[in-house]
Design a protein around this ligand. Sequence first.
Ligand code: ACO
Length: 323
Amino acid sequence: MNTFSRIIGTGGYLPKNVVTNADLEKTVNTSDQWIRERTGIEQRHVAEDGEHTVDLAENAARLAIEAAGISPQDIDLIIVATTTADQVFPSTACLLQSRLDIHGCPAFDIQAVCTGFVYGLSVADKFIRTGTSKCALVVGAETFSRIIDWTDRNTCVLFGDGAGAVVLKADNTPGILSTHLHADGDFAKLLHVPSGVSTNYPAVQEGRAYVEMAGSEVFKMAVKILGQIVDETLEANGLERQDIDWLVPHQANIRIIVATAKKLRMPMDRVVQTIAKHGNTSAASIPLALDHAVRANDIKAGELLLLEGFGGGFTWGSALIRY
Ligand code: ACO
């Protein structure tokens, strides 16, 4: 009998500290109206000093484990998707593993920026399908606020911090039906943090390693590519647009989300939307949105979900899931 992976629990966590558009009006030349109209964002959560990516990841992971009704010791694979690791090493996944008192199972980070969670889900699904793993914890966690120049209105209004998690378990019936991953490094410079450990390390040490983005170019590419990945995912599964019950998109901009929903001819009340309250939390955005809809009792067992994301790299990907 074939082995598949199923999501058996979700969790989400947002830092307590909220920064509203009105707060940003006081620090950069912007307006609540501009931010709402161009992005759909009203507020974002920003981690306090001393609150780190692993803290957010641990909170989300514990909630997912509780929802799954398992013990941390049942987990035999930990993947954390993050752009904002706590340390150069060890990985945030290893830090999380220690927090959860889990010992010996593989634990590693994945870096695909906003597509990171979909990449992590795809890798965990393959571990389970090949019989290497039986119960995987996949987390998307970010303190993206740490790589934002809070004086740059082009970027600082867009992003926030948070973490989302799922527990995936081996099952005889499919939960994850297919995943589709892509990247094209030729577009690196349209959306990047130009400084890193081996390039301009002083900027990293001094906290000046910031996101730079050619917003409107990224916007156009995101709309085009997300439309293509919707087609690719439906075609691979022999499905029609109307078969999808819920679109769970990466939350970067409400206008990108609306364009993808249009492509699917999906009414907006079947599209999970957390952008207004969360902003763009990069790798955390999709699992946070999923957890939000599951806990609101919107997404129900047996429904068909399309998760899709696009981010720096460029990277993009999707997952089709029978929940
Ligand atoms: N407040 C007021 N005005 C602003 C602000 C702001 N916060 N930011 C930019 N503007 C100005 C610009 O300076 C420009 O002014 P100008 O015409 O005088 O030059 C004007 O607004 C229009 O700027 P555009 O960049 O053309 O605005 P656009 O409609 O494209 O919206 C935005 C900008 C929101 C950034 C949009 O392009 C976007 O969402 N891009 C995609 C983001 C994304 O999807 N990222 C991918 C995932 S993120 C990741 O992977 C890390």
